[in-house]
Write a protein that binds this ligand. Structure first.
Ligand code: CO
Length: 213
């Protein structure tokens, strides 16, 4: 494992390498960021957003938390979403979960983990709501992976239910919300084919009233 001082040395080498390829890289980037994508992913160290989709600094706005949740009372995630949609005007919001998520696995157990149990309660609720889906799955890892997918789909819905996204669609802003899942074992992302592109794909109860101008 690298020593903490190695990280700073690595950084120097990295910056030097980038400058060698593109001498203007940092100067240009310092002036502005214009990412087209917002990534909402898990904090898991094995799922680094930029690297797995091959994007450079400046190309993707990132929010990560344990088990890639979008909770309607989480001002941190909502602030990121608002800034990304309203100021940066990203065109795509990607919720990317991953198989074998430790947060999801912990939510399926009854052990106490402390403060984080409150956060993981959101996933327990999903398991309870969709309990029928998991009955036919025999292995625990199979159940965790299935819940990882259900969780991504639920978070895509949560993104689409926010006033931030609803108002963007109402303004006619181009914005898609995608649900992806990453395989730690093979490095590949699966699109869960749950993309939402407009309020008409959102259940009526969550839609904001259409504004009359
Ligand atoms: Co995870």
């Amino acid at each position: 494992m690298p020593d903490i001082s190695d990280l700073l040395k690595n950084n120097e080498k990295w910056a030097e390498g980038v400058r060698k390829d593109n001498p203007e890289f940092f100067e240009t980037l310092a002036l502005q960021q214009t990412p087209d994508y917002l990534w909402i992913g898990c904090s898991d160290s094995r799922v680094p957003a930029n690297q797995i989709v091959g994007l450079e600094p400046g190309e993707i706005f990132v929010h990560r938390n344990v088990a890639n949740l979008v909770v309607h009372t989480d001002f941190n995630c909502l602030s990121v979403l608002q800034y990304a949609v309203e100021v940066l005007k990203v065109k795509h919001v990607i919720v990317c979960g991953h198989y074998g998520c430790g947060g999801v696995a912990a939510a399926m157990q009854n052990a106490e983990h402390g403060l984080i149990d409150n956060w993981l309660r959101n996933i327990k609720d999903l398991f309870e709501t969709h309990e029928m889906l998991f009955r036919g799955i025999k292995s625990d890892t199979g159940k965790v992976d299935a819940l990882c997918m259900v969780n991504v789909i639920a978070q895509v819905s949560n993104v689409s239910h926010t006033t931030i996204v609803q108002n963007a669609w109402d303004r006619g802003q181009e914005l898609s919300v995608h649900g992806w899942i990453y395989g730690i074992k093979d490095g590949l992302i699966n699109d869960l084919d749950t993309t939402l592109t407009g309020a008409n794909q959102v259940p009526a109860i969550y839609r904001m009233a259409e504004k009359v101008s």
